[in-house]
Design a protein around this ligand. Structure first.
Ligand code: BG6
Length: 493
């Protein structure tokens, strides 16, 4: 791929965890692969830090050192190492925005102009808001009011999740950002969309005629989507106490998986067509009944043979906290294709296994030829799409077990992503590259975010009490009951 044209990539909130864990590693890999040319400049900004150009370069070099300590040096050879070091030491800059006032942003503009002049850049700029959500509004306003939303070239703004905390706050944030930027300049991130296996859902569905004719209420019995984590709240209690599993995972990541699994075939493979179909299907989700919702909260338990604390004992969590660390929800999509096919969604922290999987359970054959034969139980065919880890597909089917008697046995056909292609790259590389190339397919449209909040916001009016579940299990029993009512059970491979 040709290296992208020179531009200036401005990270606001550069001292935060996201920059360290995701953005700098992604930028380093993009430069190593020559996807970013040496002319691309990175400008970090933050409040209340003592960084300067030199210290920021040192910090970026430290992140690079960590990458080189990984297995196979993070895939970076010595020649690439020299190239990346050179870039980190020459193309990285820092500017403080101490009080976040207009004067700070005017100083920022001066620094931007200096970097662009000296680097012979055309004035194309990305503002990446790697900030806590409470800082979004003031930062967007400051960018707009100080004129930084305009530039000699193109200007794009990247906004991390969470985009609002309910429908009305998302609408307000959309209104604010639209005051200064038009929709084609706005890149709302959901990092799940950067994952290769999530993008592969589209290739799988629309590149294989075989499944499309089965992908509907006639052939599919129900669909499950699980995003299970073994980690707890980590050091994020401040944020998580006000979020919970619905806001943190279901409204965004899992709902994106619902949309990609259930959307109609888009007219073209482009941002407008794909996002239009996603919005359409999200708008068809029926109001969720409170009986179809189960909340849980992890109690002390064991993960990988080690005792772990319960949520309420985690630092920063209120001793009587009612925040849900687990949610299971049944949704229905009221359209021609999906009428009567329930979608069961669940996510949780401190569960038994780290796994994100989509399970399509097909209907059994309409006539069960084998029903009178003793011991001949028939299992429905399932297609399991493994988003992470052990990325791949697994299709189960019935075969006759050898012998005189007719006995059915369930077997599997598998596709292993890593075996075929090696380890998938981190989604942030894909997303950052798309931003500088101006490709919006993997970013959320304003209406998409609002359509998704419209589904879950009514739930916030209920006082759901989370059921405790021991860490290291699959969540509260009530979650299993949600599927049992439907004659099914949760599947995880
Ligand atoms: C984030 C959530 O958006 O996604 C975290 O805030 C969660 O709580 C994370 O752990 C999961 O992402 P991934 O890519 O590890 O599945």
């Amino acid at each position: 791929m040709a290296a992208i044209e020179p531009c200036l990539f401005i990270i606001i909130g550069v001292t935060g965890d996201l920059t360290h864990r995701k953005l700098l590693p992604a930028l380093i890999h993009l430069r190593a692969a020559d996807s970013f040319s040496e002319q691309v400049r990175i400008l970090g900004c933050a409040r209340g830090s003592n960084l300067d150009d030199q210290k920021f370069r040192t910090l970026a070099n430290q992140v690079f050192d960590e990458i080189l300590k990984q297995k196979d040096r993070g895939g970076i050879n010595p020649e690439q190492e020299t190239k990346v070091r050179d870039w980190l030491n020459n193309a990285f800059f820092y500017e403080p925005i101490d009080q976040g006032g207009i004067d700070d942003y005017k100083a920022l503009l001066k620094k931007i102009e200096m970097i662009e002049r000296e680097g012979h850049l055309p004035g194309d700029r990305v503002y990446y808001l790697a900030l806590p959500p409470q800082a979004f509004t003031s930062t967007i306003e400051a960018l707009g009011e100080s004129g930084l939303n305009k530039s000699p070239g193109w200007t794009r703004i990247v906004i991390e999740k969470p985009f609002g905390r309910d429908l009305s706050s998302a609408q307000q944030l959309n209104a604010l950002v639209h005051k200064y930027f038009d929709e084609t300049q706005i890149y709302r991130i959901d990092h799940y969309l950067g994952k290769e296996t999530v993008q592969n859902l589209l290739a799988f569905r629309f590149g294989n005629a075989m499944f499309e004719s089965l992908w509907n209420r006639d052939r599919i019995e129900h669909i499950q989507i699980t995003a299970a984590e073994t980690v707890g709240v980590e050091k994020r209690a401040d944020y998580y106490e006000h979020a919970g599993a619905i806001r943190d995972m279901v409204q965004n990541h899992i709902t994106q998986l619902v949309a990609l699994t259930s959307m109609e075939v888009p007219g073209a493979f482009d941002a407008d067509a794909i996002r239009f179909e996603k919005i359409k299907v999200l708008r068809a989700i029926a109001p969720i009944s409170p009986e179809d919702v189960v909340f849980g909260q992890y109690a002390p338990g064991e993960i990988d043979g080690k005792h772990v604390a319960g949520y309420r004992e985690e630092p920063g969590v209120a001793p009587q906290s009612k925040t849900e660390t687990f949610a299971a929800v049944k949704i229905k999509i009221n359209n021609w294709r999906w009428q009567g096919v329930p979608f069961f969604l669940r996510t949780g922290k401190r569960l038994a296994k780290h796994a994100t999987q989509i399970v399509i359970t097909f209907r059994c054959p309409p006539v069960t030829l084998f029903q009178d034969i003793e011991d001949c139980k028939m299992h429905p065919n399932t297609l399991v799409i493994k988003i992470q880890p052990d990325e791949g597909f697994d299709l189960s089917f019935e075969v006759k077990a050898p012998g005189d008697e007719i006995r059915l046995e369930c077997h599997h056909m598998r596709f292993d992503y890593e075996e075929a292609f090696g380890e998938p790259p981190d989604g942030y590389q894909t997303l950052l590259l798309d931003v500088v190339q101006g490709v919006q397919t993997l970013f959320l449209h304003a209406e998409e975010v609002e359509a998704s909040w419209r589904v879950y916001t009514p739930l916030f009016a209920y006082d759901f009490r989370p059921h405790p579940y021991p860490a290291g299990t699959w969540g509260p029993e009530e979650s299993a009951a949600l599927l049992q009512k439907h004659g099914a059970e949760w599947i995880i491979l």
